[in-house]
Design a protein around this ligand. Structure first.
Ligand code: GLU
Length: 305
């Protein structure tokens, strides 16, 4: 397996040239465009890695999966999906038009920014700090990594420049999707996006979902199988932004990407895969990371379709 991963990284390294590191959050410009790494966690606890798998990056949109799980656990799926839809959108992840013109002002799904911000507003906790603590602790638990923390520079950078997210959130407050304090909700959202991880961490999140909500390394059942099923379905249809259809055709795994360059993929009943490659394509997905997953899916026949 390690040899296969090494070969796949080597073959696909050239694609980093074709993308760009995200720059709309100033701190993300510091990402190394040339990095490319992969980490695999199988359900029997074996782990394999190749390339720049030790690269640290901010989790960004991959955190949307975690807050969705917690919101469902807190409120039940019926209430959560009365606030946020589960339909794929062909618009960009931070689209404003989508929010105003579709679904009676309800965000289309929990994987676009508007949907994710609304999801954060549903997580229970007395104060924003407590809400974020819960997200952080849950992330530490399912990754088995108590050292995960926020990258303070990334958090401050996004908070200082996140006006587009602010506009989405205030719009949703005006339509009643968000009912609590907008700035407090956004603060938690910016913090959850700034959690710093490696592809080992995200491969373990993938393995936890591949194992239907049971942590493979400890055997602990953390969420009902049904919640894991719902989350994987939404990742399959919406997880790769407006490239989710193409990803399903070419790779065929539930996955979620983030603009920090990470992609977390799930091979149900087999393994979780974490990829890092901060060089992004126009839609915000790791350009070489997608190629790595395509080769891995082909070689190991991981497509669920
Ligand atoms: N923090 C980023 C934002 O809200 C997350 C976007 C992403 O990873 O897609 O813009």
């Amino acid at each position: 397996m390690e040899k296969l991963l090494d070969n796949i990284i080597q073959t696909n390294r050239k694609y980093v040239e074709e993308g760009e590191v995200a720059s709309y959050i100033p701190e993300l410009k510091k990402g190394n465009k040339n990095d490319l790494g992969v980490y695999v966690t199988t359900l029997n606890g074996e782990e394999f890695s190749a390339g720049d798998y030790e690269t640290r990056f901010t989790i960004q949109s991959i955190s949307k999966v975690i807050s969705l799980i917690i919101a469902i656990m807190d409120n039940g799926e019926d209430y959560v999906f009365s606030k946020v839809g589960v339909e794929h959108t062909a618009d960009a992840f931070n689209s404003i038009t989508n929010l105003e013109t579709k679904n009676l002002h309800r965000p289309s799904n929990p994987m676009i920014n508007a949907g994710a911000i609304a999801i954060v507003s549903l997580i229970k906790g007395r104060e924003p700090d407590e809400v974020f603590e819960r997200i952080l602790n849950f992330t530490r638990k399912i990754t088995g990594n108590d050292n995960i923390n926020i990258n303070r520079e990334a958090y401050i950078s996004e908070k200082a420049t996140g006006d587009r997210n602010r506009s989405l959130a205030y719009f949703m407050k005006s339509t009643g999707v968000i009912t609590n304090d907008v700035e407090k909700v956004l603060d938690v959202y910016f913090k959850q996006c700034s959690m710093e991880v490696t592809c080992k961490d995200i491969s373990r999140i993938g393995a936890f979902l591949a194992n239907d909500g049971v942590i493979p390394l400890t055997g602990e059942k953390v969420i009902p199988r049904e919640t894991a099923r719902i989350v994987k379905a939404i990742m399959t249809t919406c997880g790769m932004y407006d490239a989710s259809g193409e990803f399903a055709v070419n790779i065929g795994m539930p996955a979620k990407s983030g603009v920090g360059g990470g992609i977390m993929a799930v091979a149900p009943e087999k393994m979780g895969i974490g990829v890092v490659g901060p060089s992004l394509d126009k839609k915000g997905n790791s350009i070489a990371g997608i190629k790595v997953l395509a080769d891995l899916s082909k070689e190991l026949e991981l497509s669920i379709f």
